[in-house]
Design a binder for this molecule. Structure first.
Ligand SMILES: [Zn+2]
Length: 178
């Protein structure tokens, strides 16, 4: 946008301001990249779009400059993972979910106001804790932030890192609200 000056009495059809829409896989599958003037996503999310028709919709949006694919900075990925662990969502979030949250953090550092389009409750919860706005696609979205601890239902072990299974007894860890 550098060098661009808006004509004096011009009102854009969609006032986006400094909002930057970040699309997760579900949003890409809904074809939002073609109805928004501009949006962002990650390589991980694009790779999850496997069927031919939707892949074409993603490719077209990239070609006409409506969708930008970004690999988030490692420090943002780290920050998103740390926050996920802190609220006990680490086992409920995929690598793609983390990449989407990290991209939103990247965009806020650049002075943009990211709005993540996602129906994933765990991702919405993480975004709330990170102070990032989200818009659900088909669901109501979470109403308030939640915090969980990840514990072993068999022996009571409490996860401290990224583990999904109990290192003591091998059971799948469960989320419990705190
Ligand atoms: Zn256990």
């Amino acid at each position: 946008m550098r060098g661009y000056r808006r004509p004096r009495h011009y009102t854009p059809p969609t006032a986006l301001g400094n909002q930057a829409y970040v699309l997760d896989t579900t949003a890409l599958l809904a074809g939002l990249q073609l109805s928004l003037p501009r949006s962002y996503t990650t390589t991980e999310a694009v790779e999850e779009v496997r069927d031919h028709v939707n892949r074409e919709k993603v490719r077209l949006a990239i070609t006409i400059g409506r969708l930008e694919t970004v690999n988030p900075e490692p420090r943002s990925v780290k920050e998103a993972m740390k926050a996920a662990q802190k609220i006990g969502e680490q086992a409920s979030l995929s690598k793609t979910d983390i990449s989407i949250a990290a991209l939103a953090l990247d965009l806020s550092r650049k002075g943009l106001k990211p709005v993540v389009v996602t129906d994933d409750y765990s991702l919405q919860n993480l975004l709330t804790h990170l102070g990032v706005e989200f818009k659900p696609l088909r669901t109501r979205g979470i109403q308030k932030p939640r915090r969980y601890k990840l514990v072993c239902p068999a022996c009571g072990y409490r996860a401290r890192g990224n583990e999904t299974y109990c290192p003591r007894c091998g059971s799948k860890l469960k989320r419990i609200p705190v």
